[in-house]
Write a protein that binds this ligand. Structure first.
Ligand code: PHE
Length: 450
């Protein structure tokens, strides 16, 4: 097996942690987690989500990084070679393809929402929300998403920025995430402080942490599990390709735990900042994808220096989205460079163009094509459901099966090099039995076979 990837290598353990955390922490934590929690009734949903992070997410993340580091190529070629090494079927390279397609689809709508965040930097910063009421905030949001040209312009800008970083390769990624993550954390804590003072904090906390299982459906459980994959960037090769740039001596186990904890902390902080404001202003927690754009501006509109803090918050949200989006497209770009012998630049242009085009569908689904639905879902809803609830868990299931059943046990043991034998055995048990079974049961339950 190769010692390093042709695309380069992370300069240190910290660089990898920051990049992987940069990938994990994104719109999923701050935009998506609060609104799906709101739509699914709160506490019980959060509990299922946390259980999925620990029982399914962490072991699969270790497996995905391990496979990447062993293969040292794009996920498609990595899976092909690892399957060959383990004398498995060559169909395993399809897992890489599933990931590349999921990455395109996710980025196509991710970029549109990241565009909203960018637009809000300008809006909040210019004082539009000063002293605003909750109705005012909702109106401003409604008018904004009703305008396809604006959404398209921001989506295009975000795609260009993403491709610019990807074109510069591993080094470009490293430099960007180093400052962003700590800054994001600081401002989130500040917002939680605001929510504690001005919001219905108690009500927010009990909404988030008081589990009422009667409020959760099997589709809600699927959403919680899908979100565990989405938020940790699992099941589509993003973490695998980042693992392929990981130097051999770095421990996978402890790094994974750090990344998962950081990701979970950011999501919970975002919840603690948002729900108290929701309740204090009589807003609806289940109001969907617009939730943070309709709640946080209220906070910013009423606090001292709110326009500055607000602009800063949306800048950071944009940065968090940026450091995730690069990992969504990296598997495809790495494959184009390896197999089509393209330059990184050319590969970025092609991959970016395809994604941008699909993104137009999402732009229109919030306005002109809002009534064009399939099973009651708009184009955006369909993409979101298909990727987060189906493709990522399916990819994760296959990764667990490959690592647990197909790959040689000694190879896995060596590659993970966990300190204690008991830790390795626990991991193996989790990827062999617990994660695959859990994913399967949730799948079957959601399609009501069981
Ligand atoms: N984890 C990112 C987020 O929470 C999204 C993502 C999914 C990134 C899959 C890469 C791969 O926003």
């Amino acid at each position: 097996m190769r010692k390093t990837s042709q695309h380069g290598q992370w300069s240190s353990r910290l660089a990898f942690i920051l990049a992987a955390t940069g990938s994990a922490v994104g719109l999923g934590n701050i935009w998506k987690f609060p609104y799906i929690t709101g739509e699914n009734g709160g506490g019980a949903f959060v509990l299922v989500y946390l259980a999925c992070i620990f029982a399914i997410g962490i072991p699969i993340m270790m497996a995905e990084i391990m496979l990447g580091r062993r293969g040292r190529q794009s996920p498609i070629n990595t899976m092909r070679d690892l399957a060959r090494e383990a004398a498995g079927s060559r169909f395993w390279s399809w897992l890489g393809w599933l990931g590349v397609i999921a990455g395109f689809l996710i980025l196509s709508y991710y970029s549109v929402i990241a565009g909203w965040a960018m637009a809000y930097v300008v809006r909040v910063g210019s004082g539009v929300f000063d002293g605003v009421t909750s109705d005012g905030v909702s109106n401003i949001f409604g008018q904004f998403i009703a305008d396809p040209e604006k959404l398209l312009a921001w989506h295009s800008l975000f795609m260009i920025l993403t491709m610019l970083v990807v074109a510069r390769g591993v080094k470009g990624l490293e430099r960007t995430v180093k400052f962003l993550m700590p800054a994001l954390l600081v401002i989130l804590v500040l917002l939680v402080g605001y929510a504690m003072e001005q919001g219905s904090f108690q009500q927010g906390v009990s909404f988030l942490f008081k589990a009422d299982f009667s409020k959760i459906t099997s589709d809600g459980i699927l959403t919680a599990m899908g979100h565990a994959f989405f938020t940790l960037s699992l099941g589509m090769g993003a973490i695998m390709v980042y693992g392929s740039y990981l130097p051999s001596k770095i421990s996978i186990g402890s790094t994974t735990i750090i990344i998962a904890l950081a990701d979970t902390a950011v999501a919970l902080l975002a919840g603690l900042a948002i729900f108290p404001i929701v309740f204090a202003n009589g807003l609806e927690p289940g109001s969907g994808p617009g939730l943070i754009f309709q709640t946080l501006p209220i906070a910013f509109g009423h606090m001292a220096y709110g326009s500055i803090f607000g602009a800063l918050f949306f800048v950071l949200l944009f940065f968090a989205a940026w450091s995730s989006s690069i990992s969504l497209i990296e598997p495809a770009v790495a494959w184009l460079v390896e197999n089509k012998k393209m330059s990184r630049m050319r590969a970025c242009i092609w991959a970016g163009l395809v994604t941008w085009t699909v993104g137009i569908g999402t732009v229109l689904s919030f306005n002109i094509a809002a009534d064009l639905t399939l099973f009651g879902k708009t184009f955006f809803d369909v993409l979101d459901y298909l990727t987060a609830n189906i493709m990522l868990p399916l990819g994760g299931l296959c990764i667990a099966i490959f690592a647990g059943w197909v790959m040689n046990k000694e190879t896995a043991r060596q590659e993970l090099s966990l300190k204690h034998a008991a830790l390795f055995n626990t991991w193996l048990f989790l990827v062999k039995f617990v994660s695959p079974l859990a994913v399967l049961v949730v799948f079957l339950k959601a399609i009501e076979v069981i």
